[in-house]
Write a protein that binds this ligand. Structure first.
Ligand code: FEO
Length: 406
């Protein structure tokens, strides 16, 4: 076993034994520009327990970190909080290596693991609120169905007041530091928001229910240990990330307008800039995002608190420019609520892209301002004045909507 990788102490009872993935840049369509971690945790109780595993290529790294504090064969229990393969990809190898007495997962987790793998051992399903004694320490399981998979659950270590929160409160961030209070808070805010926007946004109703359930349970929290990114151990950081989740799951809108577009010969780009000027003049905060220089997952992040989405594309081969089809498909899946919007673009013959964009925006429940603004070939001064006016009109409607929400 490699002597390179070491466990990191979290409490007297708990060690981080995960893996750092410095190189991953694409996580099923999400741009992980800062890499990620796959966190696994070892509880040194009378019944030694491993919480989650890591992505398959990092099995050796996890085992080496475990071996730096205890012989892996001494592990009695394995808990799988979430069966997505970044946490279960090496579960077969792990079970074969450590031969645990019991493997625990939620009822749906046991089913999902059986549907993914031929496990060398049966999984013991645990119910919401069920307790398991580790001898001197105690675990409680909290079902968090659809946050963000049907199988998802949290595991709470009572004596340490520590919540193993699987993907919840996590972020994709590779770092040498294991704790949030050792890292730049502004960067953490950006990455936590990006994670929420790209993974949890469409499940916001379920997130709100889990937060309400946790409040009702009144579990004291000294540490939140997620499966990605740093561990939260400072009380003010724990309060802040929970408050952020409350805000994001409520989908509170601000007067920010995001203008997403692409261009062939700069005509749609000119329209976007004129619309942006109108939005600013109307009192909106504006973010222009040309798809030539922005990733779909960064657009999703900007949409987390935006109140308006304006989408522009030229028509190519009787349909919208493909980069816009990509980002619209992605945003539609993330299902942001309560948006004002508009469609625009340039064309040469028929101009289908504007109608196609408007259709997708309507399917997303976006309240459209205007019927879609089309400009043939190149916008002249009159056309650019119409673009600016559209921006002002969207800003006016956005201001009304934000004021009505209070
Ligand atoms: Fe990090 Fe949903 O897996």
């Amino acid at each position: 076993m490699s002597d390179i990788f070491k466990a990191v102490r979290v409490t007297d009872n708990v060690y981080w034994v995960g893996a750092i993935d410095w190189t991953v840049r694409d996580f099923h369509g999400y741009s992980t520009s800062r890499g990620t971690t796959y966190n696994a945790y070892l509880i040194l109780a009378e019944k030694v327990t491993l919480i989650d595993t890591v992505k398959a290529p990092f099995f050796d790294e996890m085992m080496a970190r475990i071996a730096s504090v205890i012989d892996p064969a001494k592990i009695d229990f394995l808990v799988s909080n979430h069966s997505e393969m970044d946490h279960s990809g090496c579960i077969v190898e792990t079970i074969s290596a450590i031969r645990p007495e019991r493997v625990f997962a939620s009822v749906m987790g046991a089913k999902a693991l059986a549907e993914h793998f031929r496990l060398p051992q049966e999984v013991t399903p645990v119910k919401d609120g069920e307790n398991v004694s580790l001898g001197d320490l105690n675990l409680a399981f909290v079902e968090t169905r659809m946050v963000h998979w049907p199988d998802s659950m949290f595991t709470y270590l009572r004596e340490d007041e520590l919540l193993f929160s699987q993907d919840g409160f996590g972020m994709h961030l590779a770092s040498g530091e294991r704790f949030a209070d050792e890292l730049d808070p502004a960067m953490l805010e950006v990455e936590a928001a990006k994670y929420y926007a790209n993974i949890l946004l469409p499940l916001s109703n379920f997130v709100a229910k889990v937060l309400a359930k946790a409040r009702d349970m009144k579990l004291p929290l000294k540490i939140i240990a997620p499966d990605h990114g740093p561990i939260w151990r400072r009380q003010e950081d724990i309060v802040k990330i929970i408050h952020s989740y409350e805000r994001w799951s409520a989908q509170q809108r601000t007067n920010k307008a995001v203008v997403v577009y692409d261009t062939m010969w700069q005509s749609t780009a000119k329209m976007a800039r004129a619309i942006g000027e109108g939005l600013t003049a109307g009192g909106a905060r504006v973010k222009l995002m040309p798809m030539s220089g922005n990733h779909r997952s960064d657009v999703a992040t900007e949409m987390l608190d935006a109140g308006a989405l304006l989408v522009g594309a030229p028509t190519i081969n009787n349909t919208m420019f493909p980069t816009l089809a990509d980002v619209l498909t992605y945003l539609k899946g993330l299902a942001p609520k309560g948006l004002i919007g508009a469609a625009f673009g340039s064309y040469g013959w028929s101009g289908e892209s504007i109608k196609d964009i408007a259709e997708v925006l309507k399917e997303m429940g976006v309240e459209l301002v205007g019927d879609g603004l089309k400009v043939k070939y190149v916008p002249d001064d009159d056309a650019l004045a119409q673009c600016r006016l559209l921006g002002e009109q969207v800003a006016e409607r956005l201001n009304q909507a934000v004021a009505a929400e209070g």
